[in-house]
Design a protein around this ligand. Structure first.
Ligand SMILES: [Zn+2]
Length: 113
């Protein structure tokens, strides 16, 4: 007879059997930190947020089109460049993200750094 392994959900703090957690290969015990209920709940919340965000924004068309494009740039060591970017974005009526894409497109950013 083996005892079912238990795990505490780090979201709702409820102790549940491992079967109540989704698999996660990136986790030390191979299970998600959150139980299935919390994960499902969270996903629902995210979906709803996404919906309201898409309908609430004026540039929603562009946002949804480039959804697969994730741009992450660490400006920690480029404070000056970041300020430049923000100023230029304001001047050109772009969002900072679009400004970065624009710069990359122009390849100016490489010369600037
Ligand atoms: Zn939970």
């Amino acid at each position: 007879m083996t005892k079912p392994k238990l795990k505490t959900c780090s979201k709702c703090k409820v102790v549940k059997p491992l079967s109540a957690f989704y698999k996660d290969s990136g986790s030390p015990d191979g299970k998600c930190y959150w139980c299935k209920d919390c994960t499902t709940q969270r996903q629902k919340e995210l979906e709803e947020k996404k919906m309201t965000k898409q309908t609430g924004e004026t540039s929603s068309k562009q946002v949804s089109k480039s959804e697969n494009l994730i741009l992450k740039i660490d400006f920690t060591h480029y404070q000056e460049l970041y300020e430049k970017l923000m100023n230029q974005a304001k001047k050109d009526y772009r969002s900072p993200d679009m400004q970065v894409l624009y710069w990359i497109g122009q390849k100016n950013i490489i010369e600037e750094v």
